[in-house]
Structures are given as C-alpha cells and as structure tokens.
Design a protein around this ligand. Structure first.
Ligand SMILES: [Zn+2]
Length: 345
C-alpha cells in the first residue's frame, strides 16, 4: 500500500490519508450521534472519495506536474523503487510499452495515452512495487528502530536523557513506518514526516535510500519528543517569544532533531557532513554562548517533557542569557531556509 495522491484503485481509495481522515471523522460523529454534523461530514467524505477515485482528476494532476516542471520530484522516487525491484513496462502499461524510454525513466508519460482501466492497472502495479520495496526493507527498518531504542536507553542509563524518556519508547513501538509514492514527501521538499495523530512515520523511498539510517533516526527522534496542547518539542518555545520568530523557532527544533538524532546514530557526532556540522554549531551556540551558559539538561527537558513548565524554564533561561531579538534574528538568517537543513521534517 503506497500513500500518496496516486492511490486511485477503487478498492483502496478509502486508505488515502485525506479520505481516511474524513471517514474517521464521520465514524466519530456517527458514534456520538450528532445529527447535523453527520450530514456535513458525510458529504465531505463522499466528495473526497469522489475526487480521489476520479481518474480525470488524476490525469489533470499529472498534467499539472509536467506544466510546473515538477514531474521529476515524483519520478525520482519511482525510479529508486523500480531500479531496485525491476520494472516490466509491458505488464505495467497493459501492453502499451512500445514507446517507453527506459533510460529516461519517464513512467508517467505513457499514462496520457492509456484508457482509464489501464491507468488503474498501472497504479495498482506501482502500489505492488512500493509494497515489495517496503517488504524488502522491513527488516532494515526494524533493525534501525531497535538500534535507535538501544541508543536511547544507553543515553538514559548514562544520565544524559531524563529517565521518563523510556516511557516514550512505547510510543515508538506503536508507530507504523511506511513509504509513500513521493507525492507528499518530494513535492513538499521533505524526505519524511511523522504524524503523531495517526502514529505514522512516512518516508520517501529515495530519501530513505539516500540518507541511510539518518532519516529514520530523525523521524524516530520526533516520536519521542514532548507533547503539549501547544505543540511538540522545542517548537513550544514559540509561546514565550514574539510571534515573528515562530518560523525560526520551528527550524531550531528541526536543527536540534537533526543534530541529536545524527549524534545518536553515529554515537556522538562524526563531522564531515556539512549540514550536521551547522546543526551542531547552532545547538552549541544556544548552549554555551549565552551569559550565563544554559545547562544542557534544561534543553533536553524542554524538548522531551510534556510539561510546559519545562519549556518555560528554557525560555526564561534564553531570555536571561541572550538578547532574544538578536539571537533569533541571527539564527533566523543562518537557518531559514537552507537546502541542507530543510530536507526533513
Ligand atoms: Zn523533523
């Protein structure tokens, strides 16, 4: 099962995240027996289902990709999977394979000449390939996740991480890890993302293979971050500073996750990767360049704790140690937006 726009098979349309969300909302209101809302939710659900089942919408969406010159974003993800598992154009295109240019890898090009049934067959074929890709890397993913867990336990035992972080590892056990077809991940310029509401880590196939275990460690690090009603991890610092620094603070959280997840994977940082080095410098800057210095356990607590008072404690320390305008303006210029840092969310 691949997640992305192109999951159009009529039997699978309910599984597309946008449709599934609507279906879940409808089920919730039906259970609560809220009459007026049920009708509204049912029509939203039916509308979404119709959009995603509609092959003409799919064709238009592919057409738009080409118009915007963005088709390679998704094709590169397809290419990774099909290079890895092999591609049979005659099966994929139901016989319409004569003009397919294998070297070009333009898998969507023949779609415009295919009948609706053939288009569905083509995407069903792709879904099977993504499923196989997932199957093939299942064990690697499981091993990476186990390695992540054992590294976190080491950090807790050595007193680096607060002891309550061990409870978060249960959360990770319940989190599913899937590959999407690249529509969401590559078009939004990210290689992977984590949705706490659905307990799901989503990875692009190309992002996964390009980043070794870094991408998965990054997303797992998000799974164990503290959560409050106002947000997650260090993002929650936004509540204590001027709104204009919200984006910078969100990026600081990403930088922190990049640096810490990478250190965890490499058993404390091996330098040499440009963006990792920048991430490290920025985190260390916040820790050691203020007057007085900010204790590292305060930073960890603000990231991991579910209690906003721990986040507030870090905000107060930052206000004491820095002129926060200068700090956030300076960091904002350095980290927003650089291609090196913005590759994961
Ligand atoms: Zn992230």
């Amino acid at each position: 099962m691949i997640f992305g726009y192109y999951c159009v098979h009529p039997e699978l349309v309910d599984e597309i995240p946008a449709v599934a969300r609507s279906r879940n909302r409808l089920a919730f209101f039906e259970k609560a027996n809220v009459g007026a809302i049920i009708d509204k939710e049912r029509s939203i659900y039916n509308e979404r289902k119709a959009i995603y089942s509609d092959i003409s919408c799919l064709r238009a969406s592919i057409g738009k990709l080409y118009e915007d010159g963005q088709e390679q974003c998704i094709l590169s993800n397809y290419k990774v999977v099909l290079d890895d598992l092999g591609f049979d154009p005659i099966v994929a295109y139901s016989g319409v394979s004569d003009s397919f240019d294998f070297d070009k890898g333009d898998y969507f090009e023949p779609v415009s000449r295919m009948s609706d049934d053939e288009v569905v067959t083509f995407f069903a074929y792709m879904e099977k390939k993504f499923d196989k890709f997932h199957e093939k890397y299942c064990e690697t993913i499981r091993n990476d996740r186990n390695l992540f867990v054992s590294r976190v336990i080491e950090k807790i035992k050595s007193g680096h991480y607060p002891s309550y972080v061990s409870d978060r590892l249960v959360r990770l056990e319940r989190t599913a890890i899937e590959f999407d077809d690249g529509h969401r991940t590559t078009l939004e310029g990210i290689s992977g993302w984590y949705r706490p509401q659905s307990n799901l880590i989503m990875l692009s196939a190309s992002g996964y293979l390009d980043n070794d275990s870094n991408l998965l460690f990054h997303e797992c690090y998000h799974v164990i971050e503290g959560r409050s009603i106002t947000g997650n991890g260090l993002q929650r610092l936004k509540s204590f500073f001027d709104k204009k620094y919200a984006k910078t603070i969100e990026r600081i959280n990403e930088v922190f996750v990049n640096y810490k997840s990478s250190s965890l994977l490499n058993n404390d940082l091996r330098l040499g990767q440009k963006n990792r080095c920048t991430d490290q410098e920025i985190v260390l800057y916040i820790l050691v360049c203020g007057e007085p210095e900010i204790p590292v356990n305060m930073l960890y607590n603000a990231y991991f704790s579910d209690d906003m008072r721990d986040v507030e404690a870090l905000a107060d320390a930052i206000k004491q140690s820095f002129d926060s305008d200068i700090l956030f303006q300076g960091l904002g210029q350095r980290i927003c937006p650089t291609a090196e840092i913005s590759f994961m969310m």
